[in-house]
Each structure stands twice: as C-alpha cells, then as structure tokens.
Write a protein that binds this ligand. Structure first.
Ligand code: UD1
Length: 357
C-alpha cells in the first residue's frame, strides 16, 4: 500500500500526526510519503509542530506560501500533481478544511486516486467562511470519510453521501492531545509567563471575518478592558499580527500579546487557563476535552458537539460580548463535562483498522 499524506497548516499537522503513526505501525512495508504544501511556513507555525509531534521530515515540500485563495489553491494543485504522478499512491489522506485540503482533494481525484478525508462532515452552513467550501468539496470527492462526531452523519446524508463511505472513528486531534498530555502537564507554561493557573484568559483569533476589518480594533479594546479584571495572554497568529500593525494594538496593562507558541507550551497554557476566548475550531474541541470554559467569538460553529458538551459558548461575532465573560464564569462555577463519544485517544487506530481492512 502506498499512501500520500498532504498537510499544509498548523492544525493539519496536529490532526494527521497520529494517523501517520498508526498507519506506519499497521502497514510497515508500505510507502508513507508526507507532502507539506507550505501554506504555513514560519518556523513557529510549521517546523516546531512537526518536531514536537514526532512527524518525520516531509518527503516533499511544495513551498506554496501565502496568496489569494485562487493562487494558493492553484499553486498547490500545480505542484502536487507531479508528486502524485511520481509517488503513484493507492490513497491520498487529507485532514481538515484548509485550502491545502481542497487543492489536494481536487488534484488526487482528477488523477483518479482515492482520497480519505479526516475530520469529515463538519458544517457551519455559512458559505462566507472559506473553510465551508473546502469541507464540502473534500467530502463530495473522498471515498473514505472519517467522522469525529455523530452530527456529521446527518450533515453528510443531507448532501446525498451514502452511509457506506462514512466511518465514525473519533477525533485525531484529541489523539495527539492525549499522547502529549504527560509532557504538556509538566511544561509549566503559565508560570513562565508570570500567570497563576486557573486565573487567566487565553485568547486566539485569526479568522478573516474577525481580524480582517474594524472588529479587530474593537476586540483589542475589549481585551484590554477584560485584562483589568483577569490577566489575558494572546499568542498572535501572523495573519492577525499583520492586521494589528495597521490597527496600532498598543500596550495595555494585563494584556500580553506574544508570538505564536509551540504546541506543548500552547496546550500547557490551555489546560491551566481559567477561560479561553477563540475563533478557532480546534481550540473549541481541545477545551471540550480538557473541560475548560471556552467563549467563541463567532456567529456559528461547525462543532456544535462542543456546545452540547457544556464547555463552549457562542458569543456571536460581537466584541462587546467579551465584557460578559467574568460574569459568565461566575455563573458557570465548576460545571463538570464529559468528552464526546470516541474522543478517547484511539481515533487514528480506528482509521488504520478501516484502511488496513
Ligand atoms: C488557515 C486556514 C484556516 C485555519 C488556519 C489555521 C484557509 C482558507 N484558512 O488560515 O482555516 O484555521 O490556517 O491557522 O486555508 N502567514 C504568515 N506565516 C505563515 C502563514 C501565514 O505570516 O506561516 C500570514 C500571511 O500574511 C498570510 C496570512 O498569514 O497571508 C494568512 O495565511 P493563510 O494560510 O492564507 O490563512 P490562515 O489565516 O493562516
């Protein structure tokens, strides 16, 4: 069996690492080639993750870099096609919903190579999100759909996708978290940032709807106000950093704007946070697994299971709602929560079971 794994962005590495590990163990005589599209390329967005996750060095680097959606997608397709012709894989595995996922799916399907989509069936029903189109295309053209939550089943059925293609296996991002738990619990990142566990808010924001316009300035002003009540630490995504330069984020006591973190340090800060404010999909899931209160600065989520689990609250795309976080935390108390079904650290093994069969 010859398998090509196509990854391109920070969350892709986290979702795919356990799948590569499980399939290499199950099919040791097979070819397992990793393609890094280069959609994310800064060391703190890329190499650090591959190193910490123990992913072998990629076999092919496409170095597509940044660009408009069409440029990034087209460049990936153009550079991936000769790699797939050379590797002649029996299967291409793509994770998530980023432009690299879309490009790899289309390239493989045009070469009549079967595709497996990890994290299939998520829908926000919001076509203004660039990821929504990527998800729909990846699911439409993939032969193996690996689902991480039961809600995905109905989403896919509604698009006419037959049940035989669906495999509810659980969440591979949580596999990575479980595998790293001993290490990130020992990392002590809060103390290194002068923070007391349980008493600070951790913030990440990068979606275009929030950071590419005037809402970013309003959000930073609200974070500065929140920081007067609880310390706020905000590792800033490069996209957000670029937009902030125009907005003049400035200095605010208690609000700490820092560089992106490696995964161990990030999970350490996440696990010890009193609250998390984010627009990320993956962080809604990680907080659900860890039982940390999460406030999501979006109008919708493709991950409603994180809301029914009791950890995640949708604030709306409304920076003013940040002011309500301290009161919401007081009202919430220490409500217990349970991870969703099959978020147990063994999803990648289930994927390997399906594919090895
Ligand atoms: C991408 C994904 C998004 C995912 C996010 C995870 C798409 C459409 N978006 O968003 O779904 O949640 O990754 O982080 O695929 N940049 C750097 N260095 C890097 C990477 C990016 O400076 O290593 C800057 C560049 O200015 C670039 C901008 O960030 O133009 C945006 O990068 P891009 O990959 O287009 O999208 P993300 O916002 O990272």
């Amino acid at each position: 069996m010859r398998i090509v794994y196509v990854v391109g962005t920070r969350p892709n590495f986290v979702k795919t690492a356990p799948v590569i590990g499980a399939l290499r163990a199950r099919l040791p005589a097979g070819r397992h080639a990793i393609v890094h599209t280069g959609q994310h390329y800064d060391r703190l967005m890329s190499e650090v993750f591959l190193e910490e996750l123990g992913v072998p060095a990629p076999d092919h680097m496409l170095e597509v870099g940044s660009g408009s959606h069409a440029v990034q997608t087209a460049r990936t397709m153009e550079r991936l096609e000769p790699v797939l012709l050379e590797e002649r894989p029996d299967l291409v595995i793509v994770p998530g919903d980023v432009n690299s996922t879309l490009a790899a799916t289309l390239t493989a399907v045009k070469l009549q190579i079967p595709v497996a989509h990890v994290e299939s069936g998520l829908r926000s029903f919001d076509m203004t999100m660039p990821e929504e189109a990527n998800r729909i295309v990846a699911d439409r053209f993939s032969e193996y759909l690996f689902l991480h939550s039961e809600e995905a089943i109905e989403n896919l059925r509604a698009e006419g996708i037959p049940d035989q293609r669906m495999h509810f296996v659980g969440n591979t991002m949580i596999d990575t978290l479980v595998a790293l738990e001993g290490r990130f619990r020992a990392a002590g990142a809060a103390a290194q940032h002068g923070l007391t566990p349980g008493e600070y808010a951790l913030v990440t924001l990068h979606r275009p709807a929030l950071v590419d316009g005037p809402l970013l300035g309003e959000t930073v002003a609200q974070l500065a106000a929140l920081a007067a009540q609880m310390p706020v630490v905000f590792p800033v995504h490069p996209r957000t950093r670029k937009m902030m330069e125009g907005e003049g984020a400035g200095e605010h006591p208690g609000l700490s704007l820092i560089e992106p973190l490696g995964y161990l340090d990030f999970l350490s800060l996440l696990a010890d946070a009193g609250a998390v404010l984010t627009d990320s999909g993956g962080i809604q899931e990680e907080t659900t697994y860890l039982g940390i209160p999460c406030f999501t600065l979006r109008d919708n989520t493709e991950r409603p299971v994180t809301i029914s689990a009791g950890t995640n609250t949708l604030l709306g795309l409304d920076p003013a709602a940040i002011a309500g976080i301290p009161a919401a935390l007081d009202a919430r108390g220490n409500a217990p929560s349970e991870p969703p079904p099959l978020w147990d650290g063994h999803a990648a093994e289930r994927i390997a079971d399906v594919l090895a069969d």
